[in-house]
Design a protein around this ligand. Structure first.
Ligand SMILES: [Zn+2]
Length: 165
C-alpha cells in the first residue's frame, strides 16, 4: 500500500518533472509562438484594418465619384438637351428666316414686277411738240397731246412738266 503509493508518487513525480519540462517548453514555445504570431497577427490585422479602411475609403470615394459621374452625366444630358433645343430653335429660326426671305424675295419680285407693270401701265400726256410729259388735264396741253407710257416718255428723254408735276 505504502510502497505502491510511493511508487505511484515516484512515478508521478517522475512524470511530473518530465511533464513540467515539456509543459514549460511547450508554454514557452506557445508563448513565444503566440507572442510572435500574435505580433504578426496584430500586425496583419492592423494591415487588414488599414486595408479595410482604405478599401472603405476607396469604396466611399467610388460612391462619391459615381455620384459625381451621375451628376456630370446628368449635366451632359442637360447640355445635350439644351444643345438639341438650340439646334431645333436655330433650325426653326433658319426655316423662319429662310421662309421670310422667300416671302421677302417673292414680295420683292412681285413689287418689282408691279413696278414694271406700273411703269408699263403708267401713262403720261405729251404735247405734239415739246420735251416734257404731263399729267392728264395739264393746262399747258390745252386739250392737245396724246397719251404715251411713262417708260416711253422717259426713253425719249422727256422731263416732267413743272406746271403739273
Ligand atoms: Zn404739264
Amino acid at each position: 500500500m505504502n510502497e505502491e503509493k510511493e511508487q505511484n508518487n515516484g512515478s508521478k513525480k517522475k512524470i511530473s518533472k518530465e511533464q513540467i519540462k515539456t509543459i514549460v517548453i511547450a508554454v514557452l514555445a506557445v508563448t513565444l509562438l503566440g507572442f510572435v504570431s500574435s505580433d504578426n497577427t496584430q500586425e496583419l490585422s492592423n494591415k487588414i484594418e488599414n486595408l479595410t479602411d482604405s478599401n472603405n475609403n476607396l469604396s466611399a470615394k467610388i460612391v462619391e465619384l459615381n455620384e459625381v459621374l451621375d451628376q456630370k452625366n446628368k449635366e451632359i444630358q442637360n447640355l445635350e438637351n439644351a444643345q438639341n433645343e438650340i439646334a431645333a430653335n436655330n433650325q426653326i429660326s433658319q426655316d423662319t428666316s429662310s421662309s421670310n426671305t422667300l416671302v421677302a424675295d417673292s414680295s420683292a419680285s412681285q413689287s418689282t414686277s408691279n413696278n414694271i407693270n406700273d411703269e408699263n401701265k403708267q401713262f403720261v400726256w405729251v404735247g405734239n411738240s415739246g420735251t416734257k410729259y404731263h399729267n392728264q388735264g395739264c393746262r399747258t396741253l390745252k386739250g392737245n397731246g396724246h397719251q404715251i407710257t411713262l417708260e416711253k416718255a422717259l426713253s425719249e428723254g422727256r422731263q416732267p412738266c413743272k406746271v403739273c408735276h
